[in-house]
Design a protein around this ligand. Structure first.
Ligand SMILES: NC(=O)c1ccc[n+]([C@@H]2O[C@H](COP(=O)([O-])OP(=O)(O)OC[C@H]3O[C@@H](n4cnc5c(N)ncnc54)[C@H](OP(=O)(O)O)[C@@H]3O)[C@@H](O)[C@H]2O)c1
Length: 244
């Protein structure tokens, strides 16, 4: 399968090597998109995901980039266009998630969250809007806690709240050519290497009384890509958790 296939839409998925990003990449490949799979450190997993996509008849190429480095982020979409000849969709999925509150959190951690979770998506959105030909679609991955003010992950939460506002502002400014939407996941995967038990405990407090899975997020992403009269929306894929 050649990368430059006229007629085949191209999607850039950040943090696409594993977990939710992998699920989104595989679902978009199955839906016919060629995948520009971005990764930071997980090169081996990015290669593995790319091989799985290609084995199933899809097209995929991997792109390394540290999203904490603004200059490198500026170059990412031009690199994708150079390889694929086009870009149609941007999924801002990559993110960091570390504990910090407002009184004690160190400023370096604050700046890292801001760089990876807000500035990098913004730079990519701007670069995408400048270069997309015809109609384009951007989806930002948020968090159902954007409607809350708990400060145990203060820098993370504020970066996601700001990305939610950026989603709406960009939806207005980039219309009518580019639609901008978001998905706010609930309890999906445990942190890093932790077991899923604590998610099962937390799931008892979710209105639908269960946790979700990465396929739920990919499903919401596909819905937003397919439904071309929707822009500026946030889908809470969280079993109703944002309501309580
Ligand atoms: N997991 C959940 O239940 C849950 C709940 C609510 C919201 N979300 C949101 O859903 C999205 C996906 O969640 P997840 O748990 O699958 O994410 P994750 O595993 O915590 O992170 C996704 C990817 O972000 C990339 N990343 C982080 N810092 C980077 C940097 N400086 N440069 C380049 N890449 C960087 C990493 O790529 P590499 O591994 O290649 O370095 C990582 O694999 C995130 O936006 C998250 O906030 C998830």
């Amino acid at each position: 399968m050649t990368l430059k296939s006229p007629g085949r839409k191209v999607a850039l998925v950040t943090g696409g090597a594993k977990r939710i990003g992998k699920e989104i990449s595989c679902a978009l490949a199955k839906a016919g998109y060629a995948i520009a799979l971005h990764y930071g450190r997980s090169r081996a997993q990015a290669q593995e995901t790319s091989r799985a996509i290609c084995k199933n008849g899809g097209a995929c190429m991997i792109f390394a980039c540290d999203l904490g480095q603004a200059r490198a982020v500026e170059e990412l979409i031009p690199r994708v266009i150079q390889e694929f000849g086009r870009i149609d969709t941007l999924i801002n999925n990559a993110s960091i998630f570390e504990k910090s509150n407002l009184a004690q959190g160190d400023f370096g951690l604050w700046e890292r969250h801001w760089a990876v979770n807000l500035s990098a998506p913004y730079i990519l959105m701007r670069s995408f809007a400048q270069r997309v030909v015809g109609q384009g679609s951007i989806i930002n991955i948020l968090d159902r806690h954007i409607v809350r003010n708990k400060t145990s992950y203060a820098a993370y939460l504020l970066s996601k709240k700001a990305l939610a506002e950026l989603t709406k502002m960009a939806a207005l400014e980039f219309a009518p050519r580019v639609r901008v939407n978001a998905v706010a996941p609930g309890l999906i995967l445990p942190l890093g290497s932790q077991k899923t038990d604590y998610l099962d405990r937390l799931a008892r407090h979710v209105p639908l009384r269960r946790k979700g899975n990465p396929a739920h997020i990919a499903h919401a992403v596909l819905f937003l890509l397919e439904n071309d009269y929707v822009t500026g929306q946030v889908i809470f894929e969280d079993g109703g958790e944002h309501l309580i």
